[in-house]
Ligand binder design. Sequence first.
Ligand code: TYD
Ligand code: MG
Length: 451
Amino acid sequence: MAKLKTVYLCSECGADSPKWVGKCPQCGAWNSYIEEKFEKTSATFTTTASTIARPTPITDIVANAVIRIQTNNGELDRVLGGGIVPGAIILIGGEPGIGKSTLALQVALNLDKKILYVSGEESAQQIKLRAERIKSTNQHNCFVVSDTSIDRLRNNILSVKPDIVVIDSIQTMETDHIDSTPGSISQIRECTAILMRIAKEENLPIILIGHINKDGQLAGPKVLEHMVDVVLQFEGDNNHQYRILRGIKNRFGSTNEIGIFEMLGDGLREVTNPSELLLSEYSQNLSGVSIAGAMEGMRPLLVEIQALTSTAAYGTPQRSATGFDARRLNMLLAVLEKRAGFKLATKDVFINIAGGIRVVDPAIDLSVAASVLSSNADIPITHGICMTGEIGLSGEIRPVNRIEQRISEATKLGFKHIIIPKYSRYSDFKKFNINVIQVARLDEAVRTLFT
Ligand code: TYD
Ligand code: MG
């Protein structure tokens, strides 16, 4: 029997070392080395250069037009930059139960292309049961196999001749070339390398489903993310039915795009007009509620910001934010105190973005501040007003990007007034059927809202 070799691999970057080290010399991560035992039986993965590539002037290279495969799923296509590129490896990561398998199967069941769905997690019967719940238009093109061996995949590809392969999930796959357990760094790395070769040789797109660990990172080494062409993250709150598919890396498109879905009893529904959905429970005349014109990637999105302030029961007041950066909240409270004179130091402040979504766009600052003040004074913000603007440390309202799209979205949803930063680059507001109020400073905005 061949001797097992012990190596230590960095779970961040995949670097190896014969002994354990506290800090990875390659990527600098601390405490990331994991012991793995494996036996390398054959060295099949040395590249055989059948065609020797020569340096060519870039002007002489002919770019063939890429025909992308449309997935019949508008939101997914949008995040992918207009469909699946042949030969691309797409990694979809997300927490357990978020809907990764549902999304992949739903695409497989609604495409007029042949799909091979390889599941290492569920039996063929379980997949069939799931498929029965999901609305489908083209079931007969979907081939399912419950298998964990990457080495058998090539044969399955030869017999089915699929147009797309789905691997659910990369952490359950194994290859005989490496003698360590599925999900270990060396297995993930090797299996992905084999899949990459298959994808590039056959010009076959492969969708990989990946688990994420407790820190929200894709499980397995960072090299996995480096190897694949597209990394998408499926996120959302298990208690809400909305799911957001975010592009993290995309060699064939922008990573600014997001796709929004709603998990229903019969699969994922595409949400094409997210603002309407997020504002559907927007109630009038409640203090502490305001509407922000945010952007998620390239899409305008109106979100409802809720705030609650109350007198702190203990010495140190609590500050908590759901869907918003808590440090930024502290900064906004400091600005409100110092630049606009509101005494909030003894108040507990809670912020929540309705619908369970997370917004990183700083343009919602103004709305967060307005909600806090509205709750603090117990004065509701007039219905029909929305606002957008980043707040700077000196209390100035800073310009935000894509102001035209934000105004247009607010108009579309029937808002009568929008507060925007004074020094916005865009100035043709007349064409919108909305009253545009420009403010330069926080105190000006406060006066507009509360007098
Ligand atoms: P799943 O797609 O298996 O998640 P993942 O592969 O990311 O772990 O399951 C998603 C959850 O969605 C599961 O708890 C059941 C639920 N669900 C629905 O609400 N409607 C459906 O039509 C389906 C198929 C699942
Ligand atoms: Mg799954």
